[in-house]
Design a protein around this ligand. Structure first.
Ligand code: XMP
Length: 339
């Protein structure tokens, strides 16, 4: 089996990638990878969890080219995604011909998160729920042999870093626990690629610039951007504010110029005034950063007039928010996400 794609990654892959970096050519990569996937998978069935992000989407399209309807994709709506995102992305996946099952599991996630405000606890609950939902759905598919993952090269390289020998691939980059539980073998079509190479492969596969240009979005979603307790009401407030901000970035031509943007709903209320009456409502923070690999990040200096317009729009249109702040912290010491 070609260990560039199948089974447990090894240190030789890292050496190989260092040698091949400059020679990368998306046309050859697509042809070679599809041939290797066809040869390695034969008539086997594969399951893959789609997240809406670039890596899982490009992985799915490559596998679909290689094995067609033997690829079964599962796309879980955690209820913690951006406003309208699950339905939109699901329909674009279907438009791309992928064999995809959409699962609405928002109630489960929100139910299990009730009363929890500790960030690590939230992450654990969301991760565990995701595995449960994914596993239950995958069990319904008969005869699956492989679990496909959108792991990319930096995840692998990190595992073989000289100062961190043998550490596991970052748990948030795969559905940890599933392979052992389901007795599946692993296939990772992108594990020899950097992010920019993944985008070039996606382009070569004919995927849309909208899909390929999507900002990174954390697995636990708005659950870790809704500081304090996560409730349906608070997620709805956050989704509204986030949509206004992201739409404004797109309209202004700024979305594609930054690495990542989003809104955090803060666990504080502050006093305001609306039509002469006192209000006591939520505050949000806008976060926009530039980065190369998310290990470090710098806050983006957006035009003041633009920020002022977005602030007014959020305060006037989103019920329950009366204050907008802008996060100017660099990573380190701050992280990109607040939780
Ligand atoms: P931080 O907050 O650590 O984030 O500076 C670095 C990058 O990783 C994303 N992120 C995640 N991605 N699952 C993911 O798939 C996660 O649990 C997770 N946490 C953070 C974050 O959005 C940023 O791009």
């Amino acid at each position: 089996m070609d260990n560039r794609y199948f089974g447990t990654p090894t240190a030789e892959l890292v050496e190989q990638k260092e040698r091949e970096r400059s020679a990368f050519n998306p046309v050859d990569y697509v042809a070679e990878t599809i041939a290797a996937l066809k040869a390695g998978l034969g008539d086997d069935k594969v399951v893959l969890g789609l997240s809406g992000g670039v890596d899982s989407s490009v992985s799915a399209v490559l596998l679909h080219r290689a094995i067609g309807s033997n690829l079964h994709c599962i796309f879980v709506d955690t209820g913690l995604m951006r406003k309208g995102e699950h339905a939109e992305v699901l329909s674009s996946y279907r438009g791309m011909g992928l064999n995809v099952i959409g699962i609405s599991a928002g109630e489960k996630f929100l139910g299990d998160l009730r009363g929890v405000d500790d960030p690590e606890q939230k992450r654990k609950i969301i991760g565990r729920d995701f595995i449960e939902v994914f596993d239950a759905e995958a069990q319904k598919l008969q005869g699956i042999k492989w679990l496909a993952q959108g792991t990319i090269y930096p995840d692998i390289a990190e595992s073989f870093a000289p100062d961190r020998p043998g550490v596991a691939v970052k748990s948030h980059h795969n559905v940890g626990g599933l392979p052992e539980k389901m007795n599946l073998s692993i296939v990772e079509p992108l594990r020899m690629l950097f992010k920019d190479e993944v985008r070039r492969v996606g382009k070569e596969l004919g995927m849309s610039p909208e899909m390929l240009g999507r900002h990174p979005f954390p697995g636990p979603g708005l659950g870790i951007r809704c500081l304090g307790e996560v409730t349906a009401e608070r997620i709805a407030i956050l989704q509204e504010a986030d949509k206004i901000f992201i739409d404004a970035l797109r309209a202004e031509g700024l979305y594609d110029k930054v690495w990542q943007a989003g809104v955090m709903l803060l666990p504080v209320r502050s006093v305001g005034v609306d039509n002469g009456a006192r209000t006591y409502e939520n505050a949000v923070a806008l976060r926009v950063v530039n980065s190369v690999d998310a290990m470090t990040a710098t806050p983006v200096q957006l035009p003041w007039e633009f920020l002022a317009r977005v602030s007014t729009e959020i305060i006037t249109r989103v019920k329950g928010v009366n204050r907008v702040t802008y996060d100017i912290s660099a990573k380190p010491p701050a992280t990109i996400e607040w939780e």
